[in-house]
Design a protein around this ligand. Structure first.
Ligand SMILES: [Zn+2]
Length: 160
């Protein structure tokens, strides 16, 4: 099942593209490596659930993020939004992919999918039919989704 999802292809301008052709395998591995590094900076004294992310712009620049918890809980921020807000605040607007890793105590034995809030924030800034979400357990072990698959019928700026 997972392999089937990974091999999904999308028709673009008459060409069939595999997801891994939209972002090359070597770039995917680089993003995962950067996400694993960013996870080390996670500030998680309450849950100890550590998450790292690496966001790739269309111009191949990478912004990383980690989750940042707060004693009041609700001001906590996820790794994905940290990366997006860093990039947006630097003037970036065109994004290609994000890699996400995470787990209890930073052990990435399971895939760590983005929460609903992060899916919605990502939806604001990307074409859900093209933007890739890479869920990784290691550089060798990952799943690739279009945002559209993780947030079907998402509400975005194009509705307003
Ligand atoms: Zn989130």
């Amino acid at each position: 099942m997972q392999e089937e999802q990974n091999s999904l292809i999308r028709q673009e301008k008459g060409e069939l593209l595999a997801k891994t052709e939209l972002v090359s395998r070597s770039v995917i591995k680089l993003l995962i490596r950067e996400a694993l590094k960013a996870m080390k900076n996670a500030y998680t004294p309450y849950s100890n659930f550590r998450v790292g992310s690496a966001l790739l712009t269309v111009k191949q620049k990478i912004y990383t993020g980690c989750n940042i918890e707060n004693a009041a809980y609700s001001p906590s921020n996820c790794a994905e939004r940290t990366a997006f807000f860093k990039a947006i605040s630097e003037g970036e607007r065109d994004f290609a992919a994000i890699a996400i890793v995470g787990g209890k105590e930073g052990i990435t034995s399971e895939f760590c999918p983005p929460c609903g809030v992060c899916r919605q924030v990502i939806r604001e800034f990307v074409d859900p039919r093209k933007f890739l979400v890479i869920l990784a357990r290691s550089e060798e072990d990952y799943l690739v989704y279009f945002l559209e698959e993780l947030l079907p019928m998402g509400f975005g700026p194009d509705y307003l």
